[in-house]
Ligand binder design. Structure first.
Ligand SMILES: C[S@@+](CC[C@H](N)C(=O)[O-])C[C@H]1O[C@@H](n2cnc3c(N)ncnc32)[C@H](O)[C@@H]1O
Length: 399
């Protein structure tokens, strides 16, 4: 994906159970799918096979009901990856005393054999120190605040590491909570709200977002659609600035919506300077969305007391199969159109044509494989994907 810039994927689903956990399921599922290939690949050539995970707004490690938060998940990943071997070190920062105490308990119980630090400080103050500690090794930073994140200038420090061939990877995943509309209302206010607006200016790296917002939503009475468009435009502007400051990164934006016609709950912005990072993140997003659809189907079944557990799972599988068939048909059609031009090509160089806005981050290798096989069966290509793991770089030959 040579011109890969700012891909966006939506998590619309019509089956959603609103709960705190539901909202978190998608981000955790994406991280769960992403960090293993990230550490496995980047740590295969890093100094001493070391890889760093920084969790800047770490939380308690586990929810009160025992489900994994990012802390427990990253510690588990570090243990799993040790067998490869990869020496994953986890650096957690959490500035709420009660929460950090819970995180320490989780790490004491589950972090045996893992190199980790837990720092009770503001991430703003601690991030530069951590960046220095991990400067020579691949780095994945997760910033998951409840409100506004640290200033964009401080996030951009993460990319003040060397880039290019032979340098350790640098990747960031930021949760931009969709509370922007709450603050943006102040843009139309006569009251003295300069300080609050300045906090947003800092978080977004300047006043640019005010104009972007007003352009999409000129009045306080703007419609929900206008507000949503304004919020997304600001998130896109944020991602663009991050790309510029990172000196040639690509980004993904996932807008996490309960349902197609509802507002996003949060946006995940992922930035990487490496095309493999972006491709792998797209795969992780596809797996994360599937996991999320499953979670939502289960929640709806619980809410409606619809049959027993086996029923909802069978229905969900049927629905997934239908989705898969639709996506494979669409992909096969687009591959066929591209092949009809008479030139060999790779999917990675034709992401706009093959994935479009609708399938980026939604489909993954398994769907490409099925689509290429379909096109092969229809005698439109001579390329057989059997045994090929990187289908993004497979040269597809017209028949
Ligand atoms: C959304 S929660 C984190 C959830 C966790 N990352 C997960 O995925 O399971 C945000 C956490 O950041 C902490 N926090 C807020 N501001 C912070 C700051 N400036 N520095 C470090 N931690 C902060 C809060 O106390 C809260 O526990």
């Amino acid at each position: 994906m040579s011109d890969y810039r700012g891909a966006r994927v939506s998590s619309d689903t019509s089956n959603f159970h609103k709960s705190k956990q539901s909202a978190a399921v998608l981000k955790h599922a994406v991280i769960n799918s992403y960090v293993t290939p990230f550490a496995s690949k980047t740590g295969s050539t890093s100094k001493g096979n070391r890889v760093a995970f920084v969790d800047g707004y770490a939380g308690p490690g586990r929810y009160e009901d025992g489900t994994e938060g990012s802390g427990a998940m990253l510690l588990r990943k570090a243990k799993e990856l040790a067998t490869l071997p990869r020496k994953v070190e986890c650096h957690f920062v959490e500035n709420d005393p009660e929460t950090v105490a819970r995180l320490r308990d989780v790490a004491a119980a589950e972090g045996e054999g893992v190199t980790y630090t837990i720092t009770d400080e503001n991430i703003s103050a601690h991030l530069p120190k951590l960046l220095d500690e991990v400067k020579d090794i691949p780095l994945f930073v997760y910033l998951d605040p409840c409100g506004l994140p640290i200033p964009l200038n401080e996030v951009a420090l993460i990319f003040d590491r060397p880039s290019g061939y032979g340098t350790p990877a640098t990747e960031v995943l930021i949760n931009l909570t969709a509370g922007l509309r709450r603050f943006a209302g102040m843009l139309y206010s006569d009251k003295a709200v300069a300080n609050s607006l300045k906090r947003l200016d800092e978080a977004f790296g300047g006043e640019w977002w005010r104009d972007v917002w007003r352009e999409k939503c000129p009045t306080k009475e703007g419609s929900e659609d206008q507000k949503m468009a304004a919020e997304l435009a600001v998130v896109e502007g944020y991602a663009e600035r991050l790309r510029q400051r990172a000196g040639g990164a690509g980004t993904w934006i996932i807008d996490v919506k309960p349902r197609a016609n509802l507002k996003p709950i949060y946006y995940l912005v992922f930035a990487s300077r490496h095309v493999d990072g972006l491709v792998t993140f797209g795969e992780a997003t596809s797996i994360g969305l599937e996991r999320w659809r499953k979670h939502n189907a289960e929640q709806v079944a619980e809410d409606t007391l619809f049959g027993d557990a086996a029923d909802w799972e069978a229905v969900w599988k049927l629905e997934e199969n239908k989705l898969k068939n639709e996506w494979v048909d669409t992909l096969a059609g687009r591959l066929t159109s591209e092949l009809a031009k008479g030139h060999a090509f790779r999917i990675i160089d034709r992401d706009d044509e093959i994935l479009g806005d609708d399938l980026a981050g939604v489909v993954r290798t398994m769907h490409f494989r099925a689509a290429i096989n379909k096109v092969l069966a229809a005698n439109k290509t001579t390329t057989n994907p059997k045994g090929v793991s990187d289908l993004y770089r497979l040269i597809l030959m017209p028949a």
